[in-house]
Ligand binder design. Structure first.
Ligand code: 5GP
Length: 138
């Protein structure tokens, strides 16, 4: 994986506003927040996208994410929030080191705006994608 700014933050070569650290995970404030308390949670393992991450780092992230969400809620006093995780430039990923955004949503005008072009799941598509994804897991 190519070196990113987050590798430098993990090594302490670039400063950050750290809110949490353990052996496998680091959390710090986003430098360009879209809401008060916007926090990034990253594995120390250098994986570009979530699909490339080890189960050990994934488990470590999963263990601390709820606790960090609660801390952001308490600190900001904002109960609603989005957890966002982008993979690939088409999906708006800018830093190619896995990261989860915790983004408080104070009201409908602030925080994350989401385009959600939903349509009913057609029966043939449902069968096709269920089978294809289940096969891919095997
Ligand atoms: P992405 O679009 O890849 O999901 O989001 C990357 C995030 O990293 C952006 O929200 C951006 O503001 C944040 N970011 C980029 N460089 C730095 C940095 O040097 N320090 C911190 N704290 N955040 C950064």
């Amino acid at each position: 994986m190519a070196e990113t700014i987050f590798s430098k933050i993990i090594r302490g070569e670039v400063p950050c506003h750290k809110v949490y650290e353990d052996d496998l995970v680091l959390a710090f404030l986003d430098i360009h927040p879209i809401a008060p308390g916007h926090t990034l949670v990253i594995p120390k393992e250098p994986a570009a996208t979530l699909d490339a991450l080890s189960e050990t780092s994934a488990a470590a992230l999963g263990r601390v994410l709820p606790k960090l969400c609660r801390a952001v809620q308490r600190a900001t006093g904002i109960q609603a929030y989005n957890v966002l995780q982008n993979n690939g430039s088409e999906a708006h990923q800018a830093v190619f080191h896995v990261h989860f955004h915790i983004i408080p949503k104070p009201n409908s005008d602030q925080g994350l705006g989401v385009g959600w072009p939903a349509a009913p799941l057609a029966a043939p598509d449902a069968d096709r994608w269920r089978d294809a994804i289940a096969r891919a897991l095997a």
